[in-house]
Ligand binder design. Structure first.
Ligand SMILES: [Zn+2]
Length: 722
């Protein structure tokens, strides 16, 4: 800014020595623009630098927010979670944001009764009735409120009582059942024992049902989650205690299962149980999650063939066998489904120049237990973002576009709060949202990770170059990031893991999801509390501060930059890479990928062209000083914003119409799995098993559908109809 002012002053001096009319007019004009410049605040980049220049106390503020948010267990629909909503609302209000709550009435369920008994063959001893309780350790500061936590269960589990010999099926993947079949083991009529780890738990139960099992017990193996090996676990170490249980949802899909595709308002249409069952997202056999101690006790009672080497778990004294039997399980689960009120909290800073363009930052608030990692490390960080934005506002900053901070409810049950809101506001969001930036678990350990739609790759790299690594002050987050990841730095958003799903996969909004750490042992257990975070997740809370810096900075650039910082050239090269991967899948089959390659080439051309148009419009010298035609800027930005929407298709994925995005969506066999071209992938899976001409034809059809979507994106970027 000082540089610009000096230049203008220099130029103002020169016309005074000349007398021609044109020079005089020029002088007047420059004087006016100088007046405008001196009256206007510093450039946006100055504010962005101010935003990331953190002082000593940020970590204290963030840890204080986390301490308050995690005082009690606060599952969706509980009074404790309503209190947490009030805390978020009042904190956002205190930071000068315009706030409101938007409520929905959604079908949630809670456990009424659970029981699990194991009958063992002689000489192992008598029947065991498992307590299904997570132990409170001596000195636990949360001992008095721990009983408020919802008993261990699977949300949306099927109610009922089942009994059968127990069989062990490793991670419960489709290929694990194939292995068992190859060993001559029939799981039909059994209760299967499965370890958590590789796939979404909803898919674990679905695969078990499809294999003919009557019930499912899912346990935490110490090999996958550590702990117990040397007798050290929380609170001595970061690992899950032997009685720790991973709670979680089984729902395959997004949003309230009783209102697929529309908002769960107080008096809306709802599907009945039969219709929901036909929808396929709800499990059809009972299940329970159990601890590593209980899992091992059951494992000991299983005979039969010794399980393959890579099926062996962490209990060294046990030979993992596949059964079925002689161990016999009786499992009962009864749940209570009720329509419950949930609350999304919003804080808004209205944009000055383009109030009808939105940049969204989102995080959920509801937790299975205390939620120190999942999700309130993110909530505490969101509140820190709000504090820093207030600091900027006090110095005169006003965003060009509207910034909206979103705090979702009932994410854990099935991304419900965010999905209901997106379904209710779909058309408005589709025409106005620039990007959605998600943070779920902000911090569970060291190491920065981010996933996004590819047009945002460059922006993410730039932002991380401006933030100091919280674990190594001699370098930036970016530098540490490139050292830790060799091949692909930015992940993609195909999985259904968090609240970004409805934005990208249902509406086609460019999206980001970021976090520090990754998998952590006490996930969804009673031990995900403030003590764990303070001891193991982020003792100094500097990683929280770094997430606040990156998250907010990305939002600021999206909200303030005159031209949206989107680069579709990187989208095209990413699609090229994904298509190459597809080639191996269809080797020797009558499938042509050339329509797809052709459409990607067009996209690359269109992306390059719009980048050039932007450069021309940015111009230099006088053109930029006199300002650009705001309508032209807006028109170009709209093309950049809307190109992502073109990847969505009205009919959606085959058999999964809610998932509209043809590039990124969850895999059919693992909701956590991130697949490019999920429709093509589904069709290939089917064709591989049936191997009919018809089935391979449908693969080709899916390839054509993706190609057409990519072509539509090019047309949007070009901004010219045919
Ligand atoms: Zn979460």
């Amino acid at each position: 800014m000082p540089f610009l002012e000096e230049n203008l002053l220099e130029e103002r001096k020169s016309p005074t020595s000349k007398t021609s009319k044109t020079t005089y007019l020029l002088f007047i004009s420059i004087s006016i623009s100088l007046l405008l410049f001196t009256a206007s605040p510093p450039p946006k980049s100055t504010y962005h630098s101010l935003y990331v220049s953190v002082s000593e106390s940020e970590n204290v503020t963030v840890s204080h927010h986390l301490l308050i948010l995690t005082r009690r267990p606060h599952v969706a629909g509980s009074p404790a979670n309503a209190d947490a909503a009030s805390y978020v609302l009042s904190t956002l209000t205190s930071h000068s944001l315009r706030t409101h709550i938007s409520s929905y009435h959604v079908a949630l369920n809670y456990p009424l009764s659970r029981s699990l008994t194991l009958t063992r063959a002689h000489p192992l001893g008598p029947t065991i009735t498992f307590s299904l309780d997570q132990e409170i350790y001596a000195g636990d500061p949360y001992a008095d409120v721990a009983r408020e936590a919802v008993p261990t269960f699977h949300a949306y589990a099927r109610s009922g009582s089942v009994a059968g010999n127990v069989a062990y099926v490793n991670y419960g993947r489709v290929e694990d059942y194939a292995t068992l079949k190859g060993m001559g083991v029939n799981v039909s009529g059994t209760v299967v024992l499965v370890r958590y780890g590789k796939i979404y738990r909803g898919d674990i139960v679905r695969n078990a049902y499809e294999a003919g099992a009557v019930g499912v017990v899912v346990y935490t193996d110490t090999k996958d989650y550590g702990g117990g090996v040397d007798g050290k676990w929380f609170p001595e170490d970061r690992w899950m205690p032997p009685s720790g249980v991973q709670v979680g949802s089984l729902y395959i899909g997004a949003g309230d299962p009783t209102t697929p595709g529309w908002a769960s308002t107080s008096a809306c249409e709802r599907m009945d149980d039969e219709e929901i069952e036909r929808g396929g997202g709800i499990p059809l056999i009972p299940s329970l999650p159990v601890s590593s101690a209980d899992g091992e006790a059951i494992m000991e009672a299983i005979g039969g063939h010794v399980a393959p080497d890579d099926w062996q778990g962490g209990a060294e004294s046990i030979d993992y066998r596949v059964g079925p039997g002689p161990g016999f399980l009786n499992l009962t689960y009864n749940g209570n489904q009720t329509i419950t009120t949930i609350q999304n909290v919003f804080g808004v800073i209205e944009g000055v120049e383009e109030p009808d363009r939105y940049v969204l930052l989102g995080n959920h608030r509801d937790a299975w237990t205390f939620g120190a990692v999942d999700p309130n490390s993110g909530t505490a960080t969101l509140l820190e973002v709000a504090r820093r934005l207030e600091k900027l506002q006090k110095r005169g900053w006003k965003p060009r576009r509207t910034i909206i901070l979103c705090n979702w409810d009932a994410e854990e049950y099935g991304l419900i709060g965010s999905t209901e809101w997106v379904e209710e506001n779909r058309e408005m969001l589709a025409s106005r949202v620039v990007a959605y930036l998600n943070v779920d678990c902000a911090v569970s350990g060291a190491g920065f990770h981010v996933s996004s739609t590819p047009q945002l790759d460059k922006l993410l790299k730039q932002a991380t170059q401006q933030v100091q690594d919280p674990d190594n002050s001699s370098q930036t987050v970016y530098e540490s990031w490139i050292q830790s990841n060799d091949s692909q730095m930015v992940g993609r958003l195909g999985g259904g893991g968090s609240d970004f799903a409805s934005f990208i996969q249902h509406v086609g909004v460019p999206a980001v999801d970021m976090f520090y750490g990754g998998e952590y042992a006490v996930y969804h257990s009673l031990y995900d509390d403030f003590v764990w975070m303070q001891k193991f997740g982020d003792p100094m809370f500097h990683r929280h501060v770094a997430v606040a810096s990156i998250w907010g900075l990305v939002a600021l650039k999206l909200a303030d930059d005159e031209f949206l910082p989107f680069d579709y050239v990187s989208y095209a090269s990413e699609l090229q890479r994904s298509t190459k991967e597809l080639e191996n899948e269809i080797l020797g089959k009558p499938i042509s990928l050339s329509p797809l390659y052709k459409s990607i080439e067009q996209l690359n051309k269109a992306a390059t062209k719009i980048n050039d148009q932007r450069k021309a419009l940015e111009g230099n010298g006088w053109a930029s000083m006199w300002g650009k035609d705001p309508l032209k800027v807006r028109e170009l930005n709209d093309r950049l914003m809307m190109a992502e929407r073109a990847f969505t298709d009205r009919d959606g994925l085959f058999g999964r119409p809610w998932y509209k995005h043809l590039i990124y969506g969850p895999s059919n066999h693992n909701d956590y799995g991130s697949k490019s071209f999920p429709g093509v992938d589904d069709a290939i899976e089917k064709a591989k098993s049936s191997n009919t001409t018809e089935s391979w034809k449908s693969v080709q059809h899916e390839v054509w559908r993706v190609s057409r979507a990519v072509t539509h994106a090019s047309l949007v970027l070009n901004g010219k109809f045919t």
